[in-house]
Design a protein around this ligand. Structure first.
Ligand SMILES: [Zn+2]
Length: 286
């Protein structure tokens, strides 16, 4: 799933290539992806792209006249910029991975695609990004929150730090992959309870959050959109690295599985060498 660094990079990428171009037309092929019906997507035609921004993990394509095309890429969504499209013929609804296509006046444009069968990509056409429920509820941005804000937000929600850190209402932008990386850098167990974190642990967590996200943004910005996913993978130390050695301490990276997700961590760095209980594995053993 694209998280803060990837969406930040996509916004920058799109800004460089599309600002000043006018929209020729918008083709909605996955009708369920479009969550708003007023204004009609056809009203976007003729408007110029004036900016591309990020709100948490949401991408916001700003059009003149105060319209915003706000996109949540969800788990399997992506944005593909095209210098040209192979055909001028409109896409047929319900065919292929393209959910929405934006054609610009110079023949370029971009596709929003979604792989897989779980269709969660969401697109909103609004006059104010705050009209998007997920945007309105976002907490402060995880990359820029200062220590006082960060501490206050983390302490506002009692729970396992992994869950609290990925709660977009607590802090905006962190998802499953970067929370694994941040907790590893902060040497904290993903199951540590937020109300038991010491001041020193919160300072370390804040520092790790800025460091991990900041480094990922630096690596990602300037990459071609198609290369972003590889760039993300290359920078990871524990996430999606189950069974491989931790680059910091050499211990084996382990995993805890849930119904539809998993987390990875290093026992050596994060849990005093002790593996965390994995309910799925303990069931198999029993
Ligand atoms: Zn380690």
């Amino acid at each position: 799933m694209p998280e803060l660094p990837e969406v930040e990079a996509l916004a920058g990428y799109l800004r460089e290539r599309t600002v000043g171009r006018r929209v020729d037309r918008v083709e909605v092929t996955a009708i369920n992806a479009l969550k708003t019906y007023d204004p009609d997507p056809s009203s976007v035609a003729g408007r110029a792209v004036v900016d591309a921004r990020r709100h948490g993990k949401f991408l916001d394509v700003v059009l003149d006249g105060g319209l915003h095309l706000v996109v949540h890429l969800a788990r399997a969504g992506w944005l593909h910029y095209r210098e040209a499209f192979p055909s001028a013929a409109p896409l047929r609804p319900g065919k292929g991975p393209v959910a929405l296509r934006v054609r610009l006046d110079d023949g370029s444009g971009f596709d929003l695609t979604e792989a897989g069968t779980q269709k969660k990509l969401a697109v909103y056409l609004v006059s104010d990004p705050a009209q998007v429920p997920g945007v309105a509820k976002l907490g402060p941005d995880a990359l820029t929150a200062d220590l006082a804000t960060f501490t206050e937000r983390l302490r506002s929600r009692r729970g396992q730090v992994k869950g609290v850190l990925t709660d977009q209402q607590v802090l905006a932008g962190v998802g499953n992959a970067y929370s694994d990386e941040i907790l590893h850098a902060a040497r904290l167990s993903p199951f540590a309870l937020t109300d038991r974190l010491t001041d020193a642990q919160l300072v370390a967590l804040h520092e790790a959050t800025r460091q991990v996200l900041g480094d990922a943004v630096t690596r990602s910005v300037g990459q071609r959109a198609a290369e972003l996913k590889g760039e993300k993978r290359a920078g990871l130390k524990v996430h999606a690295r189950t069974g491989l050695p931790c680059p910091v301490c050499g211990d084996t990276v382990r995993e805890v599985s849930f119904a539809d997700s998993s987390l990875q961590y290093c026992p050596g760095c994060q849990t005093g060498g002790k593996p965390l209980a994995d309910r799925r594995l303990s069931r198999l053993v029993r």
